[in-house]
Design a protein. Structure first.
Length: 202
């Protein structure tokens, strides 16, 4: 039976506490957490206050800059997407997509994890927070940001020529050009490494 020591617990007076967990295949694991007698029961008065907006206390792990990025995207999404998303869904169309893309570009959200060529060079945490906030309002808008940055722009950033990077990346980062990525083929599913289709300019 695996034992997970807790290094912050006192090394004396440890008591085993069974814990049942599992993995992605449904296998059940029985673990034992070692807790000191003083940790086994904690008075409610000693618990930190519960924040329903941040139940896991993630905000305490974020830098001031991370929080600023998160709050900026949250405010934009609440102002520009949330009031209209039900209408767009019912209509089955998003007529304002080009304007929204330019606004996301002005926020620095498009290709934000890339460096140079007009991209923000943000951290992976900031990119994740941006996608989290957009996903909380509408998955389609989050998809616009992640496909534009992680698939279309990244492919050019990683594999494109210097001329292609100079031509496309600044315009894509600004939301002036929206990229597409042909991801799925009948024989391969969502496996870009196995794609056989290619483009040819007429």
């Amino acid at each position: 039976m695996p034992v997970i020591p807790r290094p912050w617990a006192a090394p004396v007076a440890l008591s085993p506490l069974p814990y049942w967990g599992g993995d992605s295949r449904g296998t059940r694991l029985r673990l034992t957490l070692l807790v000191s007698a003083s940790e086994a029961v904690m008075p409610v008065s000693q618990l930190p206050p519960f924040d329903p907006g941040d139940p896991l206390g993630v905000d305490d792990l974020l830098s001031t800059e991370d929080l600023a990025v998160r709050d900026t995207v949250r405010s934009w999404a609440a102002d520009r997407v949330l009031p209209r998303v039900a209408e767009w869904y019912e209509a089955g169309e998003l007529p304002e997509i080009r304007e929204l893309a330019k606004e996301l570009g002005a926020l620095g959200a498009l290709g934000m994890q890339l460096h140079g060529h007009g991209c923000a060079g943000a951290s992976a945490v900031q990119y994740g927070l941006t996608c989290l906030e957009l996903e909380a309002v509408d998955s389609g808008i989050r998809s616009l940001v992640s496909v534009q940055g992680s698939l279309a722009m990244y492919a050019i950033h990683r594999f494109g020529s210097d001329e292609q990077k100079r031509h496309w990346l600044p315009r894509m980062a600004a939301g002036e050009v929206i990229g597409c990525f042909g991801l799925t083929e009948p024989d391969h599913g969502s496996d870009p490494a196995a794609l056989r289709a290619h483009a040819r300019r007429d």
